[in-house]
Design a binder for this molecule. Structure first.
Ligand SMILES: Cc1cc2nc3c(=O)[nH]c(=O)nc-3n(C[C@H](O)[C@H](O)[C@H](O)COP(=O)(O)O)c2cc1C
Length: 419
């Protein structure tokens, strides 16, 4: 049987190892993680989700504090329509985050930015246009359009000087979503350069309903491939979701995929942005400890560890500081859920909110422990330390395990190497 290293694919004039590390929002896929993927000849993603928070954490900026200061008067008001992002500040933060990452890039790979349409930031079109344009200005190799249908996203940047040279891709979970996108993108004369097909076993938000168990990645990929062939469209396909071993990956490549997108196995690497104690929770989780629920205000199901502190936490909405999910009219389904519970418990200082979560605050604090379906197998990818914890891995180790392993095997790290 072949292994991943027997395959290469081309994007942006480069010959690449066919491993793409998916974007993991709010600084879980850090610049360091993405840089390693590029150094090793593959593709890494950073994410532009909550970019103010990310730059405040890594650079000496105070974007979040300034925005909170400006809108502090509104914190008790359930109507958040006055809370607006300053477009200049979004551009500044995006340029910092992307620019600083690209300056440090080494090796033959590429670095892309994952851009979620569902982060509507109380002015969906205007903010998305700035986010996309600023990432291109700052030299990103390409943009992966994620979480949302993105039907007008390409048109937002069609006048940008890099519109034709930067690599632009889309994540879809069905042929229908792809067809809708292609119909729109034909009008800009610009097809996507790659298509990530994300199946129901992925981490993060899912492009399926709660009937996700009725779908499977290989069938969706096959259906999309038949369609592309029939339309004579030659666009690289990149399956994602539940590809846990090098052999799983090689299987997709043998069936015509150009590359695979993977993420969960990298959550337990040193370079991953999750706090180290959270990485241990990922190692320890059992199959029963993972759920798909509807607590994300985006309306999409999300997969996470059932022990995620975000589940049931009834904190006051923090839209004045964050507000990334505000829909353009000052609404977010968490705000409604929170005020419903407050009204039902008059006088209570804190109320549990179980149906929705304040996703911005919880992602900012690394309290949504989102993961792919096979996270319960992470314990089989490392060694137990004497203190009972698991040895953290390195991106290089996991990347090369995908690249070189065969027969469904997973290489354990050298004892003591990693952390
Ligand atoms: C912790 C985590 C966070 C994620 N965040 C995002 C995100 O912000 N945007 C996105 O498009 N996909 C996100 N994903 C999905 C991944 O990019 C990827 O497509 C998918 O998880 C691959 O499946 P695997 O995790 O089974 O390898 C996330 C996945 C994980 C595990």
């Amino acid at each position: 049987m072949k292994r991943v290293d027997d395959f290469r694919w081309r994007l942006g004039g480069r010959e690449l190892v066919p491993i793409v590390i998916g974007g993991m929002g709010v600084d879980i896929s850090t610049a360091e993680l993405a840089l390693e993927a590029a150094r090793l000849g593959g593709v890494g993603h950073i994410s532009d989700a909550m970019v103010h928070t990310v730059t405040d954490r890594h650079f000496d900026t105070k974007f979040v504090k300034e925005k909170l200061q400006q809108y502090k008067f509104n914190v008790a008001n359930p109507d958040k329509s006055v809370v607006r992002f300053d477009l200049g500040r979004i551009a500044e933060a995006t340029r910092l985050h992307v620019g600083h990452t690209m300056e440090r890039k080494r090796g033959d790979g590429l670095i892309l930015v994952n851009c979620m349409e569902k982060l509507s930031m109380n002015a969906p079109r205007e903010t998305l246009r700035v986010r996309l344009a600023a990432a291109l200005d700052a030299g990103i190799d390409g943009i992966t359009l994620a979480a949302g249908l993105h039907l007008s996203s390409l048109a937002l940047i069609e006048d940008h000087p890099r519109f034709r040279d930067a690599k632009l891709g889309i994540i879809v979970s069905s042929l229908r979503a792809l067809q809708l996108f292609l119909k729109k993108s034909f009008r800009t004369g610009r097809l996507p350069d790659y298509i990530v097909v994300e199946g129901p076993l992925a981490g993060g938000h899912l492009g399926f309903g709660l009937d996700w168990t009725r779908h499977d990645l290989a069938s969706i990929v096959a259906e999309i491939r038949r369609y592309l062939v029939s339309e004579k469209l030659d666009i690289p396909l990149i399956p994602a979701g539940g590809i846990f071993t090098g052999s799983d990956a090689a299987g997709f490549l043998e069936n015509g995929a150009s590359a695979v997108q993977v993420a969960t196995r990298f959550t337990v690497t040193r370079e991953c942005g999750l706090p180290d104690e959270v990485k241990q929770r990922y190692f320890e989780v059992t199959e029963e400890g993972i759920e798909v629920n509807m607590i994300s205000p985006t309306g999409y199901p999300m997969r996470m560890l059932s022990s995620s502190p975000a589940i049931g936490a009834g904190i006051r909405p923090n839209c004045e500081a964050y507000g990334y999910l505000l829909d353009g009219s000052g609404g977010c389904s968490y705000i409604a859920a929170y005020h419903r519970e407050m009204a039902a418990h008059p006088g209570a200082r804190r109320v549990p909110v179980t149906d929705k979560t304040c996703l911005c605050t919880q992602m900012r604090n690394f309290d949504v422990w989102t993961c792919g379906h096979y996270a319960y197998r992470l314990k089989d990818t490392s060694r137990r330390r004497e203190d009972g914890g698991y040895q953290l891995l390195t991106v290089e180790h996991v990347f090369q395990d995908y690249q070189f392993s065969t027969d469904g095997r997973i290489a354990l790290p050298e004892e003591g190497k990693g952390a």
